[in-house]
Ligand binder design. Structure first.
Ligand code: PLP
Length: 456
């Protein structure tokens, strides 16, 4: 394979965007694919390597979203690709629910070792994040014999019926699909943007003193589902005491703490699981996204005694597929060998440089995050959220060859692969700085926006 990083400077935009081939392909795609997909900009990808994406017209982009936080080891890491080749030449599928094969139990063993908590654990495999959440939801109800679960406003846990019932990020994700799964109660997430936001009543107090007294008895609550850092909801880092207090609340009432690490896990924040930043040991951990560098795989890791469901109670034909498991084992090896440390190093650098950028670009509001899970708000002159400006920044950056994504109301999320270098980070910062300066220059600096294909 051509080493695009070495031979060309990235980004390198040689055609108008979208280029002629991309334009034709987008037209074909849009005739036959579901309109529910939210294409952000008209990017048609031919291939990827490391942190670089090449589109079908030969344009090179610097990827700061890594397939929405999935390609943890970068695009097509040679060791992951080799592991996939090895496994796929031996066994593609056998259904781990009915038969045994080494890749599945080897990965299960590994996951029990690298997740927080020095107690016996068991693993259930799925194909995606939403299915992992679904499995956790079912297991929590099955084990506890309780029906209700608590989740948070702003949470994104997936889109299948159970998971979307826990999701409360954007109303579009729920509208028209009801009735959803009953027994889900939402409460506010503990937001501490800028360290200044102090709600009158803390989330924990609200649950303990209002919810449990007026709406639902705690002994009828099976689980609390929480993202250690809210992803889609805005890359929100809760106050330092939040997760520990949540753990204590669960312990007081025999409620299971289910941590959704689907976006924040697998080394992204500089720890294998983000919840480790707060020293909390969950009862069930949901994993997906970064686990297999792009192959479809999800998992829940639960305390051994919780997984007391009998044969046939829950299973998935493809979950824990041997090729995906082989990719995951190699991905974890790479994360442990150095990528997790790199996530911390590059993340710290990005955070400190963004803080500097904030002083020269008033459109930047709160900057927050851990490792390579970083969010910053785009705000108006009065400090209020400026979603249109956030969108302009994403579109302008795309036209200059930097791939960004939004989250929350008006935040930009930076979730590059864990292989990004200091140079990649400097390039991304320079492009964002240029775009913000042009935006401040008024309409003359306005991006044309995507020519076709984008619906955002
Ligand atoms: N949970 C979190 C925290 C996520 O970020 C996502 C996806 O963005 C999901 C669950 C759902 O994962 P999937 O899209 O693989 O079903």
């Amino acid at each position: 394979m051509l080493d695009i990083n070495r031979e060309f400077r990235v980004p390198s935009i040689r055609t108008e965007l979208p280029g002629p081939k991309a334009r034709r392909m987008i037209e074909r795609d849009e005739r036959v694919t579901s309109p529910s997909y939210t294409r952000v900009y008209p990017l048609v990808v031919a291939r990827g390597e490391g942190a670089t994406i090449e589109d079908v017209d030969g344009n090179l982009f610097l990827d700061f979203n890594a397939g929405i936080a999935v390609c943890s080891t970068g695009h097509c890491h040679p060791r992951v690709v080799a592991a996939i080749h090895r496994q796929s030449s031996q066994l593609l599928h056998m259904s781990g629910t009915d038969f045994y094969y080494p890749a599945q139990f080897e990965l299960a063993e590994k996951l029990t070792q690298i997740t927080p908590g020095k107690f016996a654990k068991r693993v259930f495999f799925s194909n995606s994040g939403t299915e992992a959440v679904e499995a956790a939801f079912k297991l929590a109800r099955y084990h506890s014999k309780r029906q209700n679960v608590i989740a948070f406003y702003g949470a994104f846990h997936g889109r299948t019926m159970g998971a979307v019932s826990l999701t409360a990020s954007k109303v579009t994700q729920r509208r028209g699909f009801g009735p959803l799964v009953p027994g889900v109660i939402h409460v506010p997430y503990a937001d501490c943007r800028g360290g200044s936001h102090k709600p009158a009543v803390s989330t924990i107090e609200l649950i303990e003193k209002t919810l449990f007294k007026k709406e639902v008895a705690p002994d009828e609550v099976a689980a609390i589902f929480v993202e250690p850092i809210q992803g889609e909801g805005g890359y929100l880092v809760p106050p330092p005491e939040f997760h520990r207090e949540l753990r204590a609340l669960c312990d007081r009432h025999g409620i299971l703490l289910v941590v959704d690490e689907i976006q924040s896990g697998m080394g992204r924040t500089g720890k294998m699981c983000a919840i480790e930043h707060w020293g909390v040991e969950p009862d069930i951990i949901c994993l997906a996204k970064g686990i297999a560098s792009g192959l479809p795989l999800g998992a829940i890791v639960a305390r051994e005694e919780l997984m007391d469901w009998p044969p046939g109670a829950h299973a998935s034909t493809f979950g824990g597929n041997p090729v995906a498991c082989a990719a995951a084992l190699e991905t974890i090896a790479l994360i442990e060998e150095g990528l997790m440390a790199n996530a911390k190093t590059q993340g710290d650098f990005l955070m400190s440089e963004l803080a500097k950028l904030k002083s020269t670009h008033p459109q930047i509001g709160d900057v927050r995050g851990k490792g390579l899970m970083i969010g910053f708000d785009i705000v108006a002159a009065d400090g209020s959220p400026a979603p249109d400006e956030a969108e302009r920044l994403v579109q302008k950056s795309f036209l200059k060859g930097l791939l960004l994504l939004r989250c929350g109301e008006s935040a930009i999320r930076l979730c590059p692969s864990l292989v990004v270098t200091r140079e990649h980070c400097e390039t991304a910062l320079a492009i964002m700085s240029d775009c913000l300066a042009e935006m401040a220059g008024g309409p003359a600096g306005r991006a044309k926006g995507p020519v076709s294909g984008a619906k955002a």
